[in-house]
Design a protein. Structure first.
Ligand SMILES: O=C(O)CCC(=O)C(=O)O
Ligand SMILES: [Fe+2]
Length: 244
């Protein structure tokens, strides 16, 4: 369970970091599953592939199936959030350190190649190995949920993704959302098993890894069970479909 202080912090910032959330034994088991699946040697970079999206693979049990994860998701979603897959995204080491740059803009999820699904509520990310600065971490814009909420309040008919047809999209792209953020972007660095919980309107993106270890991230996402009924609604109260 999250404490009232943690809930307040999540609501204020659109993210919450829970250090050491996934047990070391669980992480070790997922790590083994991952390297076996890609058929590579974790210690030998000549055997490493370069795929960002690890297809046809999910850690077992999935992140969303861990009892400690379910408790939190039920707490903040009041039992109405569903999903919780266990897909992996890996940032393989790339170039030299001098080339590293903080990403300029961050997107919001729910607008994949299959179109807008609607009703996306929550994401969670953890790592299978420590991630240092410039190590390909998940980059996010603290407090960016308010600007995104304001945007859709102003243009509710663009919620389904038609913002990409605006005249200013070509110039601004996702900056249209993340430029509204009151904060600069931050890298999620930390130990294996640390978790970041993120609100659906948190602007975020991947980043380049110029360190030596691959950034091995496990992601889960949850949507609202009643998404067909609620997905076009842009409520005045950002927390209308939450239990917090
Ligand atoms: O690779 C990352 O850290 C970012 C991934 C991302 O944008 C997402 O999972 O929605
Ligand atoms: Fe994303």
């Amino acid at each position: 369970m999250l404490t009232p202080e943690q809930l307040e912090s999540f609501k204020d910032n659109a993210y919450l970091i829970l250090p050491g959330f996934v047990e070391a034994e669980q992480i070790a088991s997922w790590h083994e599953q991952f390297w076996a699946h890609i058929d590579a040697d974790a210690q030998d970079s000549t055997t490493w592939p370069d795929e960002y999206v690890i297809g046809d693979f999910s850690v077992s049990p999935r992140l969303g199936e861990l009892p400690e994860m379910q408790v939190i998701v039920d707490q903040i979603g009041g039992g109405s959030f569903t999903g919780g897959g266990g897909s992996m995204l890996v940032q393989w080491p790339k170039s030299t350190r001098a080339n590293w740059q903080m990403p300029e803009a961050g997107h919001i999820d729910g607008y994949g190649p299959g179109g807008w699904s609607g009703g996306f509520m929550l994401g969670a990310t953890t790592y299978l190995e420590p991630v240092e600065e410039q190590g390909g971490g998940f980059v996010y814009w603290p407090k960016s949920h308010h600007g995104v909420h304001d945007f859709f309040h102003e243009f509710p008919d663009q919620l389904a993704g038609s913002f990409t047809e605006r005249d200013d999209w070509e110039d601004r792209k996702w900056g249209m959302f993340s430029d509204r953020s009151p904060t600069d972007p931050v890298e999620f660095t930390g130990q294996a098993g640390d978790l970041i919980l993120w609100h659906c309107f948190l602007c975020h993106t991947g980043s380049t890894n110029v360190r030596s270890r691959p950034r091995q991230a496990v992601f889960s996402r949850w949507h609202h069970a009643d998404r067909e009924e609620m997905k076009y609604d842009v409520p005045e109260d950002l927390w209308k479909y939450w239990a917090i």
